[in-house]
Write a protein that binds this ligand. Structure first.
Ligand code: GAP
Length: 504
């Protein structure tokens, strides 16, 4: 076994989850391709995300918007002027570094939000040199992370690849508000690609230059927000939080929602922390102690946020708690910005009052979330390699095998497989020993395997094996699809299917 990171990457490449893009030509830093299992896992994650978050409100909808935006719109949003990282270039080897990361590597404390002058001062104070060649580092300067484009043959129309999906929701808010009969709260979700010219892409899918975001923008009336999202319904949910001063610790504390509100967080915000936490603990089955929110202080917050907590998952391959999303109270920053930039009125009338809606953004990086789930789920021990994915997310739901490649068993197994394939992600395999086939299914996270043996030909039952426990029971092949669906959706317990039988 190598490092956790290497073990994971080896699994991803070997089995068809993901790998660096264009590796035929030596790779393309910051870009990843998903293989057949990775693409299927991503689709399922998106499905689970959409059903949960669109289900949070009657007036929450999915939209789909352009990935190229004209300069004027990104000037108004603040991205042209403020969407920057601090770039430091080595005077000798010309390698580019992020200033905050150079400092963090030495101090092990967050350095995000420092100005170029502060970065220069810290580099001098700590005697930091180029990590690659030990050369002297040049002066720090802001570097805009958007990819510029020249649109049209003349190249006069400046535009950028969108740095976040969120802007699509703000640009279309007024149209959707009108189309949806002028009601707040209104939720607009987008699942789509975002692009950032990261200075130093690294750590697998953690810092990419093209990545997938799933973001829900909730537009609400700030005057009635706490009544609209009352804390009562989440009172019993202690929330795992590391406050700004605690987030360098590798832990978090459970805090009652009322305590967080007493600390000055808006009640509607705390309400959504609890809902996001439920998504992670219940839907994604992240163990409680490996999940937390981490508060960002004023320096670290994105330029558009008034309240900002990162969503973090503890990942062995990345060295601890790492951000996979964020809960952002963006106030009226975006609608007011676009109203000023476009000279259009983006206010709405609610109960006779003119209101510029405020926005609460629930933002998720899909690639980072997938990496986190795979990291959490991968158990690698000398005796077993198993991917414990939540059942509804597993790219292969069931492996179907004949115990032996003779005596009519393959034909029967294939016919069962064809029936299952209609509504389930089934995979047929008759190559190698049954032990090897189970091992392959364990490693791709298939929660169940159905094996056809001699008894199947006599009584129509198959052996159904459960991935995590490796327990096996006999079930009727006639109702297998329904049984599997019940197991995957959590309506039936595996143990309830019958007594465990001897393993084959
Ligand atoms: N609309 C708000 C927004 O974009 P963000 O914190 O910059 O906020 C949201 O990004 C999420 O997108 C992050 O929490 C992360 O999961 C993902 N993300 C951001 N930059 C990324 C990158 N370079 N590579 C992979 N995922 C990234």
């Amino acid at each position: 076994m190598g490092s956790r990171y290497d073990d994971l990457l080896s699994l991803f490449v070997r089995r068809g989850f993901l790998w660096p893009a264009v590796d035929l030509y030596g790779g393309f830093a910051g870009f990843y391709d998903y293989g057949h299992l990775g693409a299927a896992l991503k689709r399922k994650w998106e499905g689970v995300w959409l059903s949960y978050f669109l289900g949070l409100g009657d007036n929450y909808h999915l939209i789909d918007t352009t990935t190229i935006l004209p300069e004027a719109s990104l000037k108004a949003s603040g991205h042209v002027d403020h969407f920057t990282d601090i770039l430091v270039t080595c005077t000798k080897c010309k390698e580019s570094h992020r200033g905050d990361q150079l400092i963090e590597a030495v101090t092990h404390e967050e350095a995000e939000g420092l100005t170029p002058a502060e970065v220069d001062a810290k580099i001098k104070e700590l005697g930091i040199r180029c990590p690659k060649c030990k050369g002297e580092l040049g002066p720090a300067r802001p570097f805009n992370m958007m990819f510029p484009l020249a649109v049209g043959p003349s190249g006069r129309d400046r535009a950028f690849l969108r740095p976040e999906t969120a802007q699509g929701a703000y640009l279309n808010f007024k149209r959707e508000f009108e189309a949806l009969r002028r009601k707040l709260p209104l939720g607009l979700a987008i699942v789509g690609r975002a692009y950032r010219n990261e200075i130093s892409p690294r750590q697998g899918t953690y810092r990419m230059r093209e990545f997938l975001q799933a973001e829900l923008q909730i537009f609400f009336d700030p005057e009635t927000a706490d009544a609209e999202f009352p804390p009562g319904s989440i009172r019993a949910d202690p929330i795992r939080v590391a406050l700004a001063a605690e987030k360098h610790e590798p832990s978090a504390r459970d805090r009652a929602p009322a305590d967080l509100i007493a600390r000055g967080l808006p009640a509607f915000y705390v309400h959504h922390l609890a809902l996001v936490q439920r998504f992670y603990l219940d839907r994604l089955q992240v163990p409680r102690e490996r999940f937390r929110f981490a508060e960002l202080d004023e320096r670290e917050r994105a330029f558009y946020n008034k309240v900002h907590f990162d969503i973090q998952v503890d990942q062995g391959s990345l060295g601890g708690f790492k951000e996979v999303g964020g809960v952002h109270y963006r106030t009226d920053h975006d609608l007011a910005g676009h109203a000023a930039g476009s000279r259009k009125d983006l206010s709405v009338t609610i109960d006779g009052r003119k209101v510029v809606p405020h926005v609460l953004e629930l933002s998720f990086g899909v690639d980072r979330n997938l990496w986190a789930l795979l990291d959490l789920g991968y158990e690698l021990s000398p005796s077993r390699a198993v991917l414990h994915l939540p059942r509804p997310l597993a790219p292969v739901a069931v492996g179907v095998f004949p115990l032996l490649s003779k005596a009519g068993l393959p034909e029967r197994a294939e016919s069962i497989y064809r029936q299952l394939r209609g509504g389930l992600d089934a995979l047929y395999d008759e190559a190698g020993s049954i032990g090897k086939r189970y091992a392959r299914m364990d490693e791709v996270g298939a929660p169940f395997c159905a094996t056809v043996d001699h008894a199947t030909l006599e009584d129509g039952t198959v052996t159904l094996r459960e991935r995590d426990s490796t327990a096996q029971v006999r079930v009727a092949s006639s109702g297998l699809a329904a049984t599997l669906r019940d197991l995957i959706e959590g309506r039936t317990d595996f143990q309830a299917l019958g007594p465990a039988v001897e393993r084959n």
